[in-house]
Write a protein that binds this ligand. Sequence first.
Ligand SMILES: Nc1ncnc2c1ncn2[C@@H]1O[C@H](COP(=O)(O)OP(=O)(O)OP(=O)(O)O)[C@@H](O)[C@H]1O
Length: 487
Amino acid sequence: MATDSWAQAVDEQEAAAESISNLQIKEKPEENGTAAYATDPSSSAAKPESKGEKSTDDDDKEDKAAQSLLNKLIRNNLVNTTNQVEVLQKDPNSPLYSVKSFEELRLKPQLLQGVYAMGFNRPSKIQETALPMMLAEPPQNLIAQSQSGTGKTAAFVLAMLSHVDPNNKYPQCLCVSPTYELALQTGKVIEQMGKYYPEVKLVYAIRGNKLQRGMKLQEQIVIGTPGTMLDWCSKFKFIDPKKIRVFVLDEADVMIATQGHQDQSIRIQRMLPKSCQMLLFSATFEESVWNFAQRIVPDPNIIKLKREEETLDTIKQYYVLCNCKEEKFQALCNIYGAITIAQAMIFCHTRKTAGWLAGELSREGHQVALLSGEMQVEQRAAVIERFRDGKEKVLVTTNVCARGIDVEQVSVVINFDLPVDKDGNPDNETYLHRIGRTGRFGKRGLAINMVDSKMSMNILNRIQEHFSKRIEKLDTDDLDEIEKIAS
Ligand SMILES: Nc1ncnc2c1ncn2[C@@H]1O[C@H](COP(=O)(O)OP(=O)(O)OP(=O)(O)O)[C@@H](O)[C@H]1O
């Protein structure tokens, strides 16, 4: 297996200006971290909640919610999943379907124990299909697409853990994630899954993790973001790239389509041995990115979804008609008034709107967290951690959090603004990643889109057409209707 063709393909690509322009960064207004919007540290979003100190207001709200049997039923319906997962894992049309057991995948006993300790009973379709390819000898390259929340991370983590030789005290697997938060999250999965395999060690190549110059890493797995990973391989030489056996690109499409990430990933890849296994995973791949991925990965196995399979049936999608942001906010309040929402993620187009909305929701008594691109990465990771722990119930964010973040209790995703690219066209990939923050692994989820102009209706229509999936209209003045969609 040769990894050279990545570099070759890049050279060709560099020569072909046209194809480069296909892969230019989509400048999403929230991700460049340059606008001067500051989080208000006095807002409830930034304020750490002191345990046991709840306002009377909060208590009243909780009492009301607890008294409402209807609300409880709705909540259970959106949150309770164990049975549903079982059913979906027996349904051949579900991405969670599997005829195999983890035993049949011939995992190491320590890993099998880790998998079961995480509560996984059976592999999902992507795990069942991808694992035999990834574990085969000689190792095979793979480009794999599977819907959000269907267990891709678990699949490549198992592959990495299966390939390392714990007797060798040097890095053997590199996993590159597009963001600090995702690297931390994937690292946690490695730690959990490798719980009974303590000889295998992990280190994070992320900003802030400073190592002494001249040291050589002893950990077998390195997970990190592309810039720091590249520095560790080339500038500081903490890692000997020639000894790497597995190279994983998570959220591979964004790693390829974002110029900076692409350059850094390619420079890392150029240092790896020809025999190194390359694994690329994502829930979405634009056509141009597919083509590029197939040119850079030698002899890849390919798992590709049909367009109509990309959206999950477990996520019900709606739209609400409004005239302005105040009306959108009112619609949101009506939704909150009608159903109990375990946790929600709300996506806005700009930091300004996100900040405004977080403030309005806080004033309404919601426990709100605000996350946007200008925050320090450590701050962002802390906000996500608090949200994951349920300390805040609503996360208002921009595209910075659209991908990969796995918070089980998110039962509703709201697109306060629809995702568009820099030319104002629908950003279908981001749409899919955003709504995929709910409906994780068989859970049911609601995705509600706020439409406030002819232009945004047009965008919504184009998103519907793209995925061949109907997005139903929802009247948020009709409480019965809202209750119905959640039941
Ligand atoms: N076989 C399994 N059985 C039960 N739960 C699983 C299984 N595999 C993964 N999960 C759980 O499902 C959730 C989603 O998995 P994961 O994060 O791996 O999905 P993903 O496909 O990587 O999602 P995304 O596209 O958003 O990155 C996680 O909470 C994970 O613990």
